[in-house]
Design a protein around this ligand. Structure first.
Ligand code: GTP
Ligand code: MG
Length: 273
């Protein structure tokens, strides 16, 4: 065969991509990457200084993918080093520790930092995100449950995986889904393909469930001011009931949120004349 033709075919088959890891310090970003690339786990914490860079080759269907991995330091101290590495990423691994709520709450600010640094180039729609709920082996200290993490991820169109760099749980599955989605996106002209299966719930539903979980009392849960009238409580309740009724909402955690809203309304009405 003509060597040029052969070369062109090979080029079509091979692909270069850039992925980055994001998340608070010590959540396990480096360990997840090490578990996948080197099949081992290091229990001792060695903070990433600025950035670690590595290359790995993976096979997705008939294509060889050369993956450049930029493993970011989570510590705020390294912001200046990290910030220039956001650009031109096709994939982002967002990691939190299921035993540390603040690392889960921080995911939003990691997205904000990324958007800011990508500036005018920011098109988050054409990047594949995978969320790793990490350290699931430490079951006793778990504080962020699966439905909460999954809801946050899937309502944004991100993949969600429960992982443990220590035991290896979920790691290969996560990377396989991640690289396969990145390949699909590249084959789709760099645009994230519209998912074939709709997640079945809206961002409004997901955000409401999250707000209900984090509410401080029954007033707050219904979204009314303390001292609101019966009519105001009932109006707020009806709105939430329509949004979250288990017949209408399949978002993870919707049943519990619905029950909580029913209870909040009952207890408020008891005390309002
Ligand atoms: P920075 O580089 O500082 O941003 O941290 P990092 O997110 O890269 O964390 P790293 O991978 O270095 O892991 C932090 C600590 O958590 C280390 O002591 C790891 O051994 C431990 N660790 C990471 N993943 C797991 C896990 O799945 N289970 C358990 N039990 N420990 C883990
Ligand atoms: Mg690290």
């Amino acid at each position: 065969m003509d060597t040029n033709v052969q070369k062109r075919r090979e080029n079509k088959k091979s692909l270069r991509v850039k992925v980055i890891s994001l998340g608070n310090a010590e959540v396990g970003k480096s360990c997840i990457i090490k578990r996948y690339c080197e099949k081992r786990f290091v229990p001792k914490y060695l903070a990433t200084i600025g950035i670690d860079y590595g290359v790995t080759k993976v096979q997705v269907r008939d294509r060889e993918i050369k993956v450049n991995i930029f493993d970011m330091a989570g510590h705020p101290f390294f912001y200046e080093v990290r910030n220039e590495f956001y650009k031109d990423s096709q994939g982002v691994i967002l990691v939190y520790d299921v035993g540390l709520r603040e690392s889960f709450d921080a995911l939003d600010s990691w997205l904000t930092e990324m958007k800011q640094e990508m500036g005018s180039q920011a098109n988050m729609e054409n990047i594949i995100f995978v969320v790793c709920a990490n350290k699931v082996d430490l079951t006793k200290r778990r504080v962020v449950d699966e439905s909460e993490g999954r809801l946050w991820a899937e309502s944004r169109g991100f993949h969600y995986f429960e992982t443990s760099a220590q035991s290896g749980e979920g790691i290969n599955e996560m990377f396989q889904a991640f690289f396969s989605s990145i390949t699909d996106m590249c084959e789709n002209g760099g645009k994230r393909p519209t998912p074939e299966v709709n997640v079945g719930f809206t961002k409004e539903q997901a955000d409401t469930i999250r707000r209900i979980r984090n509410s401080k009392d029954s007033w707050d849960m219904l979204g009314v001011k303390p001292g609101a009238t019966r009519e105001e409580v009932n109006k707020a309740y009806r709105k939430l009931a329509v949004l979250l009724h288990p017949d209408k909402c399949v978002a993870p955690g919707s049943e519990d949120a619905f029950k909580a809203v029913v209870n909040a309304r009952t207890s408020l009405l008891k005390n309002i004349k």
